[in-house]
Design a protein around this ligand. Sequence first.
Ligand SMILES: [Zn+2]
Length: 256
Amino acid sequence: MINHGEHACDLLVISPHTDDAEIGLGGTIRLLSEQGRRVWAVDLTRGELGTNATPAERWIEAGKASKVMGLAGRAQLEFPDGFIDSTDREQVGQVATVIRRLQPRWIVTAPDPVRHPDHQETPQLVARAVFLSRLAAWETGAPDGKLWAGGDPWPDPAERWETEAVFSVCPDGGAPKIIFDISSTWQAKQEALACYASQFARQEGRRPTWINDGAFMEKIERRARTWGRRAGAKFGEGLCSLASPVLTDIPTERWV
Ligand SMILES: [Zn+2]
């Protein structure tokens, strides 16, 4: 049983689709959860444009993966898959509401902003929402979407919320600002990914995609080894900064 700390949410991972948090940050989520940190995942869409599986099937898989990673909570919003839009007031407002509810210390957007338009749009959407969530004049709405039954309910909202730091999962060839050593949780990350059989396993009756080609898992491993090597560890997950952390003191915890 994972023992969580006092914060409602230490780290909030915001992604377009249910498997993105696991791909980008599965090892870190498990690592932090094991140390009592409360990590939430918020998936912006139901993934209805996925080539394989229905949103309901994918949500069941997400529940299994959430358990493997030790998430404190998970929510799925209902933004239109393929049409995440950082200029859409409703979408920005929904994410700002989630931030005021969860009051995260850190936010990471996953995965890296390449290829899929939703992946490119999400970091900008989150940056707007982080800004909006600090403004006292902006009124919090009610969070839409559904909560994972195995996790916590929504906490009461803060009147306004100042997020300490915002990062995105670092793309290949990028320059990570932070690397988490996930050598001890690499196995768990693979287990979490394996929960998404409809997405990553080329089973009978499933259409071939680039993510159910074995080369995709090799790519994930190659990246983990690359960031790990930079940190003197076997496996790593790298984060880039969306906004520079603002400090008034050297962090109490040792940082490297
Ligand atoms: Zn995705």
